[in-house]
Design a protein. Structure first.
Length: 174
């Protein structure tokens, strides 16, 4: 019987020591609330995976940003072809042949070759269509910034769809 009791006591002590070890291994940073296990960080955020780019993409370097800005997969795929046709994936492209002029700037700008018409002040949009939709002031050269150009293109697509179009009328791509 003593042997049995000795085994029980040793087992209880081992279990308690194990719990103490686990409790000691778990550390919580009071300031950030982060949990550390055995001095290694336990991620408390979802890891964001990169957006998968199709093997036949022409301008795949812009797919992740388009996705992050809220583009649907279907529109990213179609938009890829249009970006390639319009600018060959080059953010610095300007086509001065388009007629709209704002100050000394004329034409269409950036990846989607956004025409300056879209930032011109009109009766319907006294601040300009894109300024209203993107809730920011814009000058023509802002359209050379990829984030602005891609967000602007998405707003133009939404506007066209709201009017019953396919979304891509500005690029004659319906």
């Amino acid at each position: 019987m003593q042997s049995f009791m000795r085994k029980v006591i040793v087992s209880v002590v081992a279990v308690l020591a194990g719990f103490a070890g686990v409790a000691q291994a778990l550390n919580v940073d009071e300031k950030s609330g982060s949990v550390y296990l055995a001095n290694e960080y336990v991620h408390d955020r979802v890891v964001k995976l990169p957006y998968r780019v199709a093997a036949d993409a022409k301008c795949g370097q812009w797919w992740q940003l388009m996705h992050d800005l809220g583009w649907s997969h279907k529109d990213i795929v179609k938009g890829d072809r249009i970006i390639f046709r319009e600018s060959r994936c080059d953010t610095t492209q300007i086509n001065p042949k388009d007629p709209t002029t704002i100050g000394k700037h004329k034409g269409s700008f950036g990846l989607y070759q956004i025409n300056l018409f879209w930032i011109s002040k009109t009766t319907a949009y006294p601040k300009g269509f894109l300024q209203t939709k993107l809730e920011r002031n814009l000058v023509p050269t802002d359209l050379l910034t990829p984030e602005i150009n891609l967000a602007a293109a998405l707003e133009i697509i939404k506007h066209n769809r709201a009017g019953g179009g396919c979304g891509w009328s500005a690029w004659r791509a319906c």
